[in-house]
Write a protein that binds this ligand. Structure first.
Ligand SMILES: Cc1ncc(COP(=O)(O)O)c(C=O)c1O
Length: 381
């Protein structure tokens, strides 16, 4: 038997008490009993989003929430600015093009964050842009984009919206939807929400709902207006993911009890420890200037195949980390620290990485990364 440790940026581990909640006998969804659960989950989501607006709960993964934002908020021929700093930024553009939107691609070097000054000048030079599509945390490169700064470019205009994929950002660091004026924000259940995959949450501002009134993109399953109408009746348009919604209610209750500020501190502490640990091991960060608190990426030492390293970590040591994608395939390893992850998960990840690197012949001194992380972890207790 091998004990397994899941430390990839989604799916993330599910707490035992949440799994047990979800294992209750199945409920019918059109019952007062389930309606209460659904309504409580939707209320809890408002706290997570720091919004007074409705947050839709959809039965799909995060990408479904992204697609729903495109098809409900825009029309074919609309121009959108896509901040393409990684795989998920690219996905915004691909979805937009699939529905006939005109995409202004803004390439950001992998590992870097978008520069708000450059975005401002793009907007100044193209008054047709109706939406900025961006990631709060670009999981593929482990960089965080400056959402607060970007929101300043859109919030005082009624002809443009800011659409944020916060799938590995929400519940990790501060993204106050109403205060900053974020218009649409998406998350997925299998990240900081500590649930299995299968739910997307979408929060929409009043301005976004105005955009929804004008949108002519074809859509059927993801019909935000229909979902909002149903949400007012404490239900969803189609069969909800009953067990996941039950789990969601529990997780959101836990988050509220802990307090968002503490949730952010908890993630930041683990992120700083992981960064310090990998640095002490001599590994170069892939997003040194704007690292997200959800996941840390480092380049593997020259001459080592990162793909084989990640495979060995998983198969030999039982520790699932993530590798790099596209140009970074085989060159990068990513350690996630979001959701139901704690002090000793960081220690496990770093010590397993030391072991695996040593096995692959890297010049690693045992314990150095772990010790550097411990300094941070102790300081914050
Ligand atoms: C930033 C980001 N956007 C989008 C997605 C896609 O989400 P899903 O796989 O749930 O469709 C992910 C998943 O890892 C992500 O990290």
């Amino acid at each position: 038997m091998k004990k397994r440790y899941l430390l990839a940026p989604g799916p993330t581990p599910v707490p035992e008490h949440v799994s047990l909640e979800m294992a209750q006998p199945m409920l019918h969804h059109r019952t007062p009993q389930f309606s209460k659960i659904f309504a409580e989950a939707a209320e809890g989501a408002k706290y997570l989003y720091q919004t007074k607006e409705d947050v839709l709960i959809l039965a799909c993964t995060g990408t479904g929430g992204m697609e729903g934002c495109i098809t409900n908020l825009f029309s074919a021929g609309d121009t959108v600015l896509v901040i393409n700093g990684g795989k998920f930024g690219e996905r915004w553009g691909k979805i937009s093009e699939a529905y006939g939107l005109t995409v202004v691609w803004h390439k950001v070097e992998w590992g870097q964050a978008a520069d708000p000054k450059e975005i401002k000048s793009l907007l100044d030079n193209n008054k047709d842009i109706k939406g900025i599509l961006v990631q709060a945390s670009e999981t593929s490169t482990t960089a965080a984009h400056p959402i607060e700064e970007l929101s300043k470019l859109t919030r005082d205009r009624d002809d443009i919206i800011l659409v944020v994929d916060a799938i590995t950002g929400l519940g990790v660091f501060n993204l106050p939807m109403d205060e900053w004026g974020i218009d649409a924000m998406i998350t997925g259940s299998q990240k900081a929400l500590e649930l299995p995959p299968g739910l997307a949450l979408v929060g929409l501002s009043a301005k976004a709902w105005n955009f929804a009134d004008k949108s002519t993109c074809p859509h059927f399953y993801f019909d935000f207006k229909k979902e909002r109408k149903n949400l007012a009746d404490q239900t969803s348009a189609y069969t909800p993911a009953v067990s996941l919604v039950i789990g969601l209610r529990t997780v959101l209750k836990d988050i509220r009890e802990e307090g968002l500020e503490n949730v952010f501190k908890r993630h930041n502490r683990l992120a700083r420890a992981t960064r310090a640990g990998t640095k002490a091991m001599g590994l170069k960060a892939v997003a040194p200037d704007s690292p997200a608190d959800s996941v840390t990426g480092v380049f593997v030492p020259e001459g080592i195949d990162g793909g084989k390293l990640v495979k060995s970590l998983r198969d030999d040591f039982g520790v699932t980390l993530a590798g790099g994608q596209d140009d970074w395939k085989g060159k990068v390893v990513r350690i996630a620290h979001l959701g139901y992850v704690d002090t000793f998960d960081v220690i496990i990840a770093l010590s397993a990485l030391e072991l695996a690197l040593k096995k692959f012949g890297a010049d690693v001194e045992f314990g150095k990364g772990v010790a550097a992380a411990q300094e941070i972890l102790l300081e914050a207790y």
